[in-house]
Design a protein around this ligand. Structure first.
Ligand code: XMP
Length: 326
């Protein structure tokens, strides 16, 4: 019979057998899959695993801390954090076109990750060739989608931690290959991972970089982080986290509209709320959510986030709209 206990036991044995006395690297994205994969491998081989977290500065409020503090506390994993915020910001300077942004973020991510890998190998000194394995949070649906191939890292047009280059000389460790998302969450819970990580809704690899329509700047990221944190807080408080698949919060950075606040005219940016209901993100419908919750989010964002004077609701299904705006 299928139990999380059995799955963990089986995978721990399989990982030990595969890795032996060698060493492994795992990229953490802040998402469920890489976190649970890393926690399983940590349980199996302990200090033979090093995790890498690239802080690209495009995460939402509190997410980097969740990885750096809570995940490490829950698993005892060795973590190398690379602060690459400046690097991503300068690479993105002046770029507005969505695909261009995605490509830059994906490219920089791979470069920074490869550099971190090289450092880990160098730090291992004479035993450097022992660093032979790369852990990935590939799930069963990913396996099916990519034709069931094994042994090489598959690259999707989407950027995520799984989308690493194929010329890496690492053998893959993929302990979640037989699992569906809900099973991965159960395994993560059983392994003692924090709820904020295990129950996290989908979040794109390029992060807030593709939720700013227009150029990505530090100021705009900070503004969007505040608006997003308010929306998430209110959705959670209203008990809507399960009902809503995800709710991108988007900043229309190149749009301004006239408003009035206090006794003055404002000329600020709109924030778009994009709550969607979905089974698998292939199709989605906009979530009919309570007006009172929308009202609270709107009031708080316009009151608390400087330079935002309007909140609008996206009422488009997918198709024709995609879930993300870019
Ligand atoms: P779209 O916008 O295509 O999004 O309807 C479908 C789902 O995929 C997520 N998404 C991504 N996830 N890397 C990811 O790991 C990406 O580059 C990426 N782009 C979109 C999106 O949040 C939604 O859940």
């Amino acid at each position: 019979t299928w139990t999380t206990g059995n799955v963990i036991e089986e995978q721990v044995a399989a990982i030990r057998e595969q890795v032996g006395t060698k060493r492994a690297i795992c990229g953490l994205s802040g998402g469920v899959d890489s976190a649970v994969a890393a926690a399983l491998v940590q349980k199996a081989i302990g200090s033979q695993l090093t995790c890498v977290y690239v802080d690209h500065g495009l995460m939402r409020k509190g997410e980097t801390e969740q990885v750096e503090k809570d995940f490490v506390a829950a698993t005892g994993v060795q973590l190398k954090v690379v602060d690459a915020q400046e690097r991503f910001l300068s690479a993105l300077a002046g770029v507005s076109e969505p695909e261009a942004k995605r490509k830059i973020i994906g490219r920089e991510f791979i470069r920074v990750f490869e550099q971190a890998q090289a450092e880990i190998v160098a730090e291992a000194g004479a035993g450097g060739e022992d660093v032979a394995f790369l852990v990935q949070g590939t799930l069963y649906p990913d396996v099916v989608e990519s034709g069931g191939g094994t042994g090489t890292a598959n690259i999707k047009s989407h950027h995520n931690v799984g989308g690493l280059p194929e010329d890496l000389e690492f053998e893959l460790v993929e302990p979640l290959r037989q699992l569906f998302k809900d099973e991965v969450r159960m395994v993560g819970q059983e392994l003692g991972l924090p709820d904020e990580i295990v129950q996290r809704q989908p979040f794109p690899g390029p992060g807030l970089g593709i939720r700013i329509v227009g150029e990505v700047t530090k100021e705009r990221l900070d503004l969007l982080r505040e608006a997003d944190a308010i929306a998430r807080e209110e959705l959670t408080a209203a008990g809507l986290d399960r009902e809503i698949w995800q709710c991108p919060v988007v900043l229309l950075a190149d749009v301004r509209s006239v408003g009035v606040q206090g006794d003055g005219r404002t000329y600020g940016h709109p924030i778009v709320l994009r709550p969607v209901s979905s089974e698998d993100a292939m199709t989605a419908d906009w979530t009919r959510m309570p007006y009172e919750v929308l009202a609270r989010i709107s009031t708080r964002i316009t009151n608390e986030v400087a330079d935002v004077n309007r909140v609008v609701l996206d009422v488009t299904s997918k198709p024709p709209g995609t879930i993300e705006w870019e």
